[in-house]
Structures are given as structure tokens and as C-alpha cells.
Design a protein around this ligand. Structure first.
Ligand SMILES: Cc1cc2nc3c(=O)[nH]c(=O)nc-3n(C[C@H](O)[C@H](O)[C@H](O)COP(=O)(O)OP(=O)(O)OC[C@H]3O[C@@H](n4cnc5c(N)ncnc54)[C@H](O)[C@@H]3O)c2cc1C
Length: 422
């Protein structure tokens, strides 16, 4: 069978799909909006689970290469209380290969291998049911037609509207990402604090997670419950249950607004905190202003933990969005979705894993199909399998996010103990 097949997006889903299809000798065209593989920072490391992402790599014939690149020691997890007390310090056994970490850039290069990606091809729309098949319209005005178009174009998919009206909604949790380079030489104390894997500190309605990547690079994620427009309305914290643990230290309003002194009037210490920007928007592109706002939000936490924010360079704002749990659609011949495009869920360590396994499974189904009708049936059956598995994970990760960034930090610790008993 030689159906014309295109996949939109060169992320984990699209590349795994293309790699496995190619392994089965089937041609596939990959369209990606980025101008090249290194056009954007790749993002933090991913842990690939034995039964999900590693299975996909096995089907792509890449498991051995993954084992060479990945870091099993990166599974280590340390949890601190906000005052710096170590609550948990879990380290994997040397032979534990359940969830080794790999940098996203390394994974992308591994999957890319010999694939011929059409870079700089941003899709604007997909129209199924034309006389010649499924029409792809590109932002530059070009058009091409295929028998099967696979949307692996992530959270804000331009393929998804061809099958479903669903759009992502905000979870109520925002994440601000920063990073530190060369930690072992430039910040040895922080390097020891983070260790070989990840460090997490859970407070009331907020958390700070640091993750070691390869090459002495550490990613830091400040996470907090806030309205989507928190940076334009800095009074948002008064609506939430933020006071609970901060009351132990001092008055929240005073701390967030350095213009107010201990009596609620005049300047306290003059440091540029959240309150300094009250009444005007926080410029998310101003690293100094974002750092100061985060330090005010996490004020009162142990100094070494706050140093992770103080030494962070650029700050990337990532409000967390999700698709409706158990998102499905009426099957549309010639178009399907994979990964985040199909089931965007909170980033609790499975999104890329599912995306890759789906890519591998769909590729195998497509390669085994003997003609157009068989191909359509194979895609339909694949969708049913994907929906069932992804639906379960969407429920798990949604409940997980509620516990990890919640008014009661003990719920986060309990979650860790459930999934990682020592
Ligand atoms: C902070 C954070 C940490 C995470 N940690 C983990 C983890 O440890 N483990 C895990 O499994 N998951 C993790 N995830 C989730 C994971 O990143 C995603 O689930 C995964 O990247 C989804 O893969 P994908 O291929 O479906 O989409 P994406 O990775 O988003 O790839 C989509 C691709 O499509 C391209 N594209 C988009 N629009 C167009 C267009 N119109 N035309 C052409 N190309 C387009 C994009 O440029 C991109 O290359 C994390 C997510 C976040 C935010």
C-alpha cells in the first residue's frame, strides 16, 4: 500500500510516528513550523517510562542508543520543606531503568536521525474530504494534498479543528521556568542541593521544582495557583488561600507590597517585589522584574531554595492549559491526532511518553494496512485505544496537579509516597 501520509509537527509524537513508519519502509512527509531543529531552546529533560516512551523507542529500533544517552541517576528525587528540611531523599538503584531522564534535544536528535523534515512549514488549516484527499494549507499560501494527515502539532494544534471543536482551557496553575548553567562550577552548593535528579519544595498553593539536565544545566520551575492574568492584576493573591502558611512569618500584604511599612504605611525595605508593580502590569520579558515577583511570592522559604530563582537567567512564562479530560471526536476519514494535540494534560511526566507510544502504534497500524478502507479502519481502531489510555492518564494527572499545587502541601508529599514508596 502506498498511501500519501503527512504528519504535522516534529515533536516527540510526530518524529516517533515518522521514524517507525520509515522503519517499516513506508514514506512519510513531516512538516514543522520551526525553521530548523535548534531554532528554539528544547526545554527540560524528560523521563521515559519503561512501559510507554521506552516501548516506543524499542519499536523505532532506538532503545539501545537511548540507554547510552539517558541518565538513570536522574530519577533521584529530593523533597524539602519550605524551611529547607529534607523530607524525602530517594535515589534509584544503579540498575533501575524504569524512568531514566534524557534531554529533549538529545531525544529529538535521536528520533530525527535520517528523517527528512520539511522545516519552516507552518500549517494554518487542514480540510478533509476534498476530491483529491485531505488538503493542507500552509501559512505561506502553499497547499498540498495527502491521503492521511496526522496532527502531532501540540497544544494549540491547527489540525485539531478538522476533527474537534475542543480548545485547551487554563488549569489555574501557572509555571515560570528558568535555568542555571554550569552549576557544578558556578553554583556548587546548588548543584549539591539539587543532586543528580530533581528537587521539589511544596508550599501553600505553590511549589518550586529544580531538575538537573545534562552538561551541568539545571531547569527550575516555579509553580503557583493564580489567575491567568496574574501579571496584570497583582492583587489576585487576596482571592486565594495564600495567607495560610505565610501568616506564620509576617503579614502577606506588607511583604507583597514593599511600599507598605510594618504599620501598613510607607516603605518597608524598598525591594522590588510583586507589590512594587501593583497598579501596573509586570513585564514578563523583564527578567529582573519577574525574578523579583517570584522572590516575593516565595518569600520566607529557605535561602538556598530561593537562590535557585536568584541565579536563574531568562524566565519563561507557561500558564498550564489542558484539553477536556477524555476528549474524543467523531472519526473523520483521512485526519487524526496524536499527543498533546489529542489530549493535552498537566505536565506530570507522561505527555511525551504517551505521544511517543501513540506515534509508534499508529505507524505500525498504518504500515500493516493493505488499502484505503483498511487504513481508515486501522486509524479508527487506533483512536479508540488512544482515547481509553490517554483518558485514564488525563484523570490521574489532573488529580495529581490538584495535589501538587494545593492549599495543603502534605497532599503533595503523600502523592510522592504513593508513587515512589521507599
Ligand atoms: C514543563 C514541562 C515539563 C514536562 N515534562 C515531561 C516529562 O518529564 N515527561 C513527559 O512525558 N512529558 C513531559 N511534559 C509534556 C510533554 O512536553 C508533552 O506532552 C510533549 O512534548 C507532547 O509531544 P507532542 O509531540 O504531542 O507535541 P509538542 O512537543 O508540542 O510538538 C509539537 C510540534 O509541532 C510543531 N507545530 C506546532 N504548530 C504547528 C503548525 N501549525 N505547523 C507546523 N508545525 C507545528 C511545534 O513546533 C512542535 O515541534 C512536560 C511539559 C512541560 C510543559
Amino acid at each position: 500500500m502506498r498511501q500519501r501520509i503527512a504528519v504535522i509537527g516534529a515533536g516527540p509524537a510526530g518524529l516517533t510516528f515518522a521514524r517507525v513508519l520509515r522503519r517499516h519502509g513506508h514514506p512519510v512527509t513531516v512538516f514543522e513550523r520551526d525553521p530548523g531543529p535548534g531554532a528554539r531552546p528544547a526545554g527540560g529533560a524528560l523521563d521515559l517510562h519503561e512501559e510507554l516512551g521506552q516501548r516506543a523507542l524499542d519499536r523505532a529500533g532506538l532503545l539501545e542508543e537511548f540507554r547510552v544517552l539517558s541518565r538513570p541517576e536522574g530519577q533521584a528525587m529530593r523533597i524539602l520543606d519550605t524551611d529547607g528540611t529534607v523530607l524525602r531523599d530517594w535515589r534509584p538503584r544503579p540498575d533501575d531503568l524504569a524512568n531514566p531522564e534524557i534531554d529533549r534535544g538529545q531525544l529529538r536528535d535521536l528520533l530525527l536521525g535520517p528523517l527528512d523534515v520539511r522545516w519552516g512549514r507552518r500549517v494554518s488549516e487542514v480540510a478533509p474530504g476534498t476530491r483529491d484527499g485531505v488538503l493542507i494549507r500552509f501559512a505561506d499560501g502553499r497547499q498540498e494534498t495527502f491521503d492521511l494527515v496526522v496532527g502531532a502539532d501540540g497544544a494549540w494544534s491547527r489540525v485539531r479543528p478538522a476533527v474537534s471543536p475542543a480548545t485547551p482551557h487554563y488549569t489555574g496553575v501557572t509555571l515560570v521556568e528558568t535555568s542555571l548553567d554550569d552549576v557544578d562550577t558556578r553554583h556548587p552548593g546548588l548543584a549539591r542541593l539539587v543532586g543528580d535528579g530533581s528537587l521539589a519544595v511544596y508550599g501553600v498553593n505553590r511549589a518550586l521544582v529544580a531538575q538537573r539536565n545534562s552538561g551541568g544545566h539545571v531547569k527550575v520551575y516555579a509553580q503557583f495557583r493564580a489567575p491567568l492574568d496574574w501579571h496584570t492584576d497583582l492583587n489576585w493573591h487576596t482571592d486565594l488561600n495564600w495567607h495560610t502558611d505565610l501568616d506564620r512569618h509576617t503579614d502577606l500584604g506588607r511583604r507583597l507590597d514593599p511600599r507598605l511599612g510594618p504599620d501598613g504605611h510607607g516603605s518597608a525595605d524598598g525591594h522590588a517585589g510583586l507589590g512594587a508593580a501593583r497598579g501596573r502590569a509586570l513585564d514578563l520579558a523583564d527578567a529582573g522584574a519577574v525574578r523579583a515577583a517570584l522572590l516575593a511570592l516565595f518569600d520566607g522559604w529557605a535561602e538556598p531554595v530561593l537562590d535557585l530563582l536568584r541565579h536563574g537567567s531568562a524566565f519563561v512564562h507557561r500558564p498550564l492549559h489542558v484539553l477536556p479530560v477524555r476528549h474524543t471526536w467523531d472519526h473523520v476519514p483521512g485526519v487524526t491526532l496524536l499527543g498533546d494535540a489529542a489530549h493535552l494534560m498537566p505536565p506530570l511526566g507522561v505527555g511525551a511518553n504517551l505521544a511517543m507510544l501513540e506515534g509508534a502504534e499508529l505507524a505500525e497500524s498504518v504500515a500493516a494496512a493493505s488499502g484505503p478502507a483498511d487504513l481508515d479502519e486501522a486509524v479508527r481502531a487506533f483512536e479508540e485505544r488512544m482515547w481509553a489510555r490517554a483518558g485514564r492518564w488525563a484523570e490521574i494527572t489532573g488529580a495529581g496537579l490538584d495535589r501538587l499545587v494545593s492549599p495543603d502541601p502534605a497532599r503533595a508529599l503523600a502523592l510522592f509516597d504513593e508513587v515512589q514508596p521507599s
